[in-house]
Design a protein around this ligand. Structure first.
Ligand code: PLP
Length: 382
């Protein structure tokens, strides 16, 4: 089986799985308890927090563990808005890019229902936010801007440092949130007020994420209760998940250049192989300028879902877009925003890679794809 759907989720690193197992079977205490094994566990979690903070070049007190990227994104949007002073609450503008993941987009849409003027920042054909268009949307009453770091469908990388400067210049009262779920560890750290991360996109188990909140940024907790995470995120601490996340982050950090090189080699090889098939299009940035782990291509005259199913029968697992996106014809919000419509949208497939993939897999996969595309095109013509 060839797994090219690493943007949906990744296999758990054996080291991360073993770490989680140890914290489930041996150090299984509630770190909020007062006895010494629990105090030791609390210390381990502090080390994990400091480890993540180092990768973001921030203070450990600015990192809060959550259950996933979705929770981090929801906390950022709802928490920032709930922290607004009462005289301006329900008024003013929120800007999110047109290609945000549903966990940002749907949160913004629900804030629209409570009175905010929610605007979608347009993107170019590759999926990058257009800075000129964003600049013209930024008003004095803009409260919050949320822009993803790496687009999960096209692999486009937004220039977050430039966006941060723009937001602070045009809308000094606004906070900038960045969904870094597809970018954390894979792209250099950026300047922002909040940054979302998710463990399972980086070979940690599902059920753990984190949110960076800059000291001084006013953001209210989203989950209320026992006051864990310095009162910012209640709920019994997921020690196995957090320790495994930290182990996966350390592994990625130690091998960053090597992993990046091998991931990009697979992407490049698959792209070159697939480019030999007639009537294919690249959706997203030029091969060397997008994220190394994401490749989106359209096979004209073939329906993506049909191709996906045919490939899965043969043992190649890919995606027609975000696992959470609606799979109705012409309804891919992300590709629509990039101006990729009609046949090109219908035939789009997303391939996403990890350092566990090889160029030999890229060769085998390309052969399978070529055979299936030729077959499906023949059927279509009859
Ligand atoms: N943001 C982006 C860009 C994603 O790709 C995803 C998952 O696909 C998420 C957020 C949601 O992350 P999680 O699955 O951890 O909730």
């Amino acid at each position: 089986m060839i797994y090219f759907d690493n943007s949906a989720t990744t296999v758990c690193l054996p080291l991360a799985a073993e770490t989680a197992k140890r914290y489930m079977l041996e150090q299984y205490y509630n770190p909020a308890a007062a006895y010494s094994p629990a105090v030791q566990l609390e210390r381990d979690i502090s080390l994990a927090r400091a480890n993540i903070a180092r990768k973001l070049s921030c203070d450990p007190s600015e990192v809060f563990f959550t259950s996933c990227g979705t929770e981090s994104n929801n906390t950022a949007l709802f928490g920032a808005i709930r922290a607004l002073p009462s005289n301006i609450r329900g008024k003013g503008r929120i800007i999110v890019s047109a290609t945000e993941h549903p966990s940002v987009y749907e949160a913004a849409m629900s804030l629209r229902e409570t009175g905010y003027d929610v605007q979608l920042a347009p993107v170019d054909q590759t999926g990058r936010v257009r800075l000129d268009a964003l600049a013209s949307l930024l008003t004095g009453d803009t409260r919050l801007v949320s822009i993803m770091h790496v687009n999960n469908e096209s692999g486009a990388i937004n220039d977050i440092d430039a966006i941060y400067a723009l937001v602070k210049r045009n809308s000094p009262d606004a906070l900038l949130h960045v969904d870094g779920v597809q970018a954390f560890m894979k792209e250099p750290a950026v300047r922002c007020d909040m940054y979302s991360m998710s463990g399972h996109k980086l070979h940690a188990p599902k059920g753990v994420g984190a949110l960076y909140v800059r000291k001084g940024a006013r953001v209210k907790p989203y989950l209320l209760g026992g006051g864990q995470e310095s009162g910012f995120r209640s709920g019994t601490t997921n020690a196995p998940g957090i320790m495994a996340f930290s182990a996966a982050v350390s592994d990625f950090s130690e091998h960053r250049a090597e992993y990046h090189g091998s991931i990009f080699a697979v992407k490049k090889r698959l792209f070159e192989n697939l480019s030999r098939i007639r009537d294919v299009r690249l959706n997203g940035p030029e091969i060397g300028s997008g994220a190394a782990h994401i490749l989106n291509m359209s096979f004209m005259g073939v329906r993506g879902e049909v191709l996906l199913n045919a490939l899965s029968e043969k043992g190649l697992l890919v995606s027609t877009g975000s696992a959470c996106a609606a799979h109705k014809r012409g309804k891919n919000r992300i590709l629509n925003a990039m101006g990729i419509i009609g046949d090109r949208q219908d035939g789009a497939i997303r391939f996403s890679f990890s350092h566990f993939n090889t160029t030999a897999e890229a060769d085998t996969a390309a052969q399978m794809i070529e055979e299936q595309v030729n077959l499906l095109r023949r059927f279509r013509r009859r």
